[in-house]
Ligand binder design. Structure first.
Ligand SMILES: *Cc1c(COP(=O)(O)O)cnc(C)c1O
Length: 409
């Protein structure tokens, strides 16, 4: 570990970067290679590469068992899974969702010419604020999509009540919440459907992949047809479908990953605890904590930076960390409502999204997962602690980089 004790030790002020190699957020968790290669050999021997092969079927069964849900239909990725679930559930017109999410949640609606209506979030969970939802319902509203951001679950009870009261469909983008629970019940069981992503950066991956979990048989049957072009039998097409199928090689990765899931959680939990210990009592730096009474994948290390205290901003911190090869990310900045086409469609959306705007400027996500070790976390925390301890000089030096008197500190 490089102990940074002076401003000039910082890479942004021409010191040596703390890490030779870039430390990414969301390096994949990878299970046992031998088991993976065995499975890949098997599927090649079988010459069954896709179209609901044995590995896809096995993965579906295992996931459904693990989540205690009737259907957990494997798909080619989370975005297509969202699109198909939205279409199968019959959403049209307007759908209410948070802006504080990955852009795919909004795009999956707009792609089908459904208007995404952005709703503000609750400050403590960063999930959609049910009381704001109710105010945004119009005669065109057909549904609500909550996002279990960073594995923190939405206020499912309040949202369910509102959906029932107004006769709306309720779905969840659960891309971050595979393996998480809410009130003791696994995510996958709430609303009309919940959608997972198994993208390489997610807690559990199938290279690319996703799934739709639902306890609704009718909806599941529709989704199964839609993900396979609408085919019901070899030459019979029932309605418009697309290609949302997961391949066998992805399912092989998934089955292998599932066998190591407990280990992934254990590493993430250990990392989270270490960040918590080593970032403790740093003024202006708050680590998002998880409800330990629930199951959680601990996949995201989220910091909230209070510039009033740290003096430097979240964006400046990100820049400083990047110079050290710590590639912290601003998830999710600047919010969907500030990206195209939504920015042009709804130029004043931000007025109704004060918490989204506030948090969007304050949060950053740090590296964790099985690719990040204890030493590396110590180094990251040491740098952050040093920065806050010297916040005033850091800020001055960022403003006046050539001022040698500051450098001498
Ligand atoms: C990753 C992600 C998606 C999209 O999933 P893909 O599998 O990458 O298509 C959707 N919503 C959220 C919140 C995500 O983080």
């Amino acid at each position: 570990m490089i102990n940074k004790t002076q401003l000039k030790d910082l890479a942004i002020f021409n010191g040596t970067p703390a890490f030779n190699e870039k430390l990414h957020v969301g390096r994949p968790n990878i299970g046992n290679r031998d088991r993976l290669f065995e499975r890949i050999n098997d599927l090649l021997d079988r010459r069954w590469l896709t179209n609901n092969g044995p590995y896809v079927q096995e993965l579906e069964q295992r996931m459904a068992d693990m989540l205690g849900v009737k259907h957990c239909i494997p798909m080619c990725n989370g975005t297509v899974a969202l699109e198909i679930a939205i279409r199968a559930a019959g959403l049209t017109g307007e759908v209410i969702l948070p802006s504080f999410t990955f852009i795919a949640t909004a795009h999956a609606l707009q792609w089908q010419e459904i208007t995404p209506v952005f709703c503000d979030i609750e400050p403590h969970t960063c999930t959609i604020n049910p009381w704001r939802v109710e105010a945004m319902i119009t005669p065109r509203t057909t549904g609500i999509i909550g996002v279990h951001l960073w594995g923190q679950t939405c206020n499912v009870e309040a949202l369910t009540e509102i959906a029932q009261k107004h006769n709306l469909k309720l779905m969840f983008d659960a891309a971050h919440a595979f393996g998480c629970s809410h009130q003791g019940e696994m995510i996958g069981n709430f609303g009309d459907a919940e959608v997972f992503s198994f993208h390489g950066t997610k807690f559990f991956n199938t290279f690319e992949g996703g799934s739709v979990a639902t306890n609704n048989d009718e909806l599941a049957a529709k989704i199964r047809l839609m993900k396979n072009f609408g085919f019901a039998g070899f030459e019979n097409v029932n309605y418009i479908g697309t290609n949302g199928k997961m391949s066998e090689v992805s399912a092989a990765m998934g089955l292998t990953g599932l066998e190591s899931l407990d280990e992934f959680v254990a590493v993430n939990y250990r990392n989270h605890k270490q960040y918590q210990r080593e970032l403790r009592d740093i003024p202006g730096v708050k680590l998002l904590t998880y409800n330990e009474a629930e199951k959680c994948n601990y996949q995201y290390i989220v910091l909230e930076i209070d510039q009033e205290i740290t003096e430097f901003s979240r964006d400046q911190l990100v820049k400083i960390l990047w110079a050290e090869n710590i590639l912290a990310r601003r998830y999710f900045y600047p919010g969907c409502h500030r990206m195209e086409p939504y920015r042009s469609y709804f130029p004043h959306a931000g007025l109704l999204l004060p918490e989204t705007e506030r948090l969007g400027k304050r949060v950053l996500v740090l590296p964790t997962g099985t690719a990040v070790g204890i030493e590396e976390i110590s180094q990251i925390c040491q740098i952050i602690r040093f920065l806050v301890q010297h916040s005033h000089e850091v800020k001055q030096k960022l403003l006046y980089p050539s001022d040698e008197s500051v450098l001498a500190h």
